[in-house]
Design a protein around this ligand. Structure first.
Ligand code: SIN
Length: 522
């Protein structure tokens, strides 16, 4: 079915977008889901380790809450975290009913562990393909619902705003035509912005589109200084920064420096299972020689005999085999890479943004649930829980006037592809990695601010240039927020302010178009 006038528009087809679309459609509404690539191409699809969920009853819920709050380093929004851990089990049971094939052993769900979790509570599927399995089952469910249209290869250009209200979106269809789609409300569930950094575990589609378009429309954006760097991405010349799941360390893998020492023993009581930001910084320190030259750091699984890595981690093992490496035999070279954005479009726990008729969920949103540092495997759960809540809020909202029908601005001819977009994107991601990455200081951040401001983004409506424009905004918001937070907390580490400063900064950074970064409670 092709919908011209849906009730609701969902931008993004990862776990948050699909779960929201299903919730909206179950209420009888007509839902248009747009995604700029094939449906399978989202961050969700690449999530390996699993989904954290407290399925062991009340005690486990309380512990999950405590672990989430501890990992977030003093900045977790407690109401949001409580919603996450309390509603998580219900959402996962729903997934099981919809056919998600989590791994079982002797008839029981298998549970693994990752960094900063006080117990095993992470479900996984096909060993290391949890995100792909959840996406598959949600997609199958969404396809079976008649009133959902899943529209692929359709890029969202911007929000359509009238008198401060969001009335729809402008879309670039696969033929290069610009279309307007209107609805009662829009949900941005378009994921993170890993591509803002040269080294990332994220797929090429993670270009901060929802965040940038919400910012252009005037919405408040929060917590952009908090980018999580996954400690263990593969570090082989010429190979992609392939994610080597934290579940490898959960199953006993160690980290070793160039001398073969297990350096995490002296870095944190939880050793290899310390919070991600701690492990990522320790790897960066061990991986930098006195002259600044890179030194190798390795993941070592050779001593682990309780599991067969090839069976437990089939996807990772296959990828490594293609590069001549074997978890059972080899030290695997690793280094951190940008992985997950804790910040995003500021929302309440029901996905409401600061703009009427605009909602956000998943990585594109910032409920404050992760604070300054996300607990491993909380992101798929976040997408499910807050996607479902956003759908309920969208259905229940009071829309004072029905949207006027969609109109098409007329076939705007496809503009000729921008040759410079790829060059500028490369340059932007290099600046961000070098000057606004894992370890920051005012000098580097100011230089990044200046270099980004000097970049001239062509005004062309093709997908590469639209993505570049969005990355450029995401990069500038990260730099501005990182400069403003003159302390170190969670994933944000300032060499020039190495300590946490609760007196000044135990609050969230908020930025909006035409407004400087300020700090306040949610
Ligand atoms: C991983 O498998 O290490 C990634 C899981 C996550 O990002 O939480």
């Amino acid at each position: 079915m092709r919908m011209s006038d849906p009730d609701f528009i969902v931008v993004g087809a990862g776990v948050a977008g699909l779960r929201a679309a299903i919730g909206l459609a179950h209420s009888g509404a007509r839902v248009l889901v747009v995604t700029k690539e094939a449906l399978a191409e989202s961050n969700t699809h690449y999530a390996q380790g699993g989904i954290a969920v407290a399925i062991g009853g009340q005690e486990d819920v309380a512990l999950h809450l405590r672990d989430t709050i501890d990992a977030g380093d003093g900045l977790v929004h407690r109401d949001a975290a409580r919603v996450l851990v309390e509603e998580g089990p219900r959402r996962v049971e729903e997934l099981l009913r919809w056919g998600t094939a989590f791994d079982h052993e002797n008839g029981r769900l298998m549970l693994t562990r990752e960094g900063a979790h006080s117990r095993n509570r992470i479900l996984h599927a096909h060993g290391d393909a949890t995100g792909a399995e959840i996406a598959r089952s949600l997609l199958r469910h969404a396809r079976a619902v008649e009133n959902i249209e899943l529209r692929e290869w359709t890029t969202t250009i911007d929000l359509d705003i009238e008198d401060g209200e969001v009335l729809g979106v402008t879309l670039l269809d696969p033929h290069g035509h610009v279309r307007l789609a209107r609805a009662r409300a829009v949900l941005l569930a378009s994921g993170g912005a890993g591509q803002v950094y040269s080294d990332t575990t994220n797929p090429a589609v993670a270009t901060g589109d929802g965040i940038a378009m919400a910012w252009r429309a005037g919405a408040e954006i929060a917590g952009m200084e908090f980018y999580q760097f996954h400690p263990t991405a593969l570090s082989l010349p010429g190979a992609p920064r392939f994610l080597l799941s934290e579940a490898l360390r959960g199953e006993g893998a160690w980290l070793r420096n160039a001398q073969g020492d297990r350096f995490m023993e002296r870095s944190h009581p939880l050793q290899e299972l310390a919070p991600r930001d701690v492990v990522a910084r320790a790897i960066t320190r061990e991986g930098t020689g006195p002259d600044g030259a890179p030194l190798p750091v390795y993941l070592d699984m050779r001593h682990v005999t309780a599991i067969d890595p090839a069976t437990r981690f089939p996807g990772i093992s296959k990828f490594l085999a293609a590069h001549g490496l074997d978890l059972r035999r080899d030290l695997i070279p690793v280094r951190p890479a940008a992985h997950y954005l804790m910040g995003g479009i500021r929302t309440d726990v029901n996905g409401r943004t600061s703009l009427p008729r605009l909602f956000a969920a998943g990585e594109a949103a910032c409920t404050g649930v992760h604070g300054a540092n996300r607990l491993a495997s909380n992101s798929l759960l976040e997408g499910l829980v807050f996607g479902a809540r956003a759908a309920d809020a969208m259905i229940g909202a009071d829309y004072n006037a029905p949207p006027s029908p969609s109109r098409t601005p007329g076939p705007e001819p496809a503009s000729s592809p921008s040759a410079s977009a790829a060059v500028l994107r490369h340059e932007l991601s290099r600046i961000m990695w070098e000057k606004a990455g894992l370890l920051r200081d005012a000098e580097g951040l100011r230089a990044a601010r200046q270099e980004l401001a000097a970049m001239s983004i062509p005004d062309i409506r093709d997908r590469p240039t639209l993505e570049l424009r969005n990355l450029h905004i995401a990069g500038q918001l990260i730099v501005a927020s990182a400069l403003a937070r003159e302390e170190s907390r969670g994933a944000h580490y300032r060499n020039d302010f190495p300590h946490r400063d609760d007196a000044r900064f135990a609050r969230h950074s908020i930025v909006a178009k035409g407004r400087d970064v300020s700090f306040r409670d949610f």
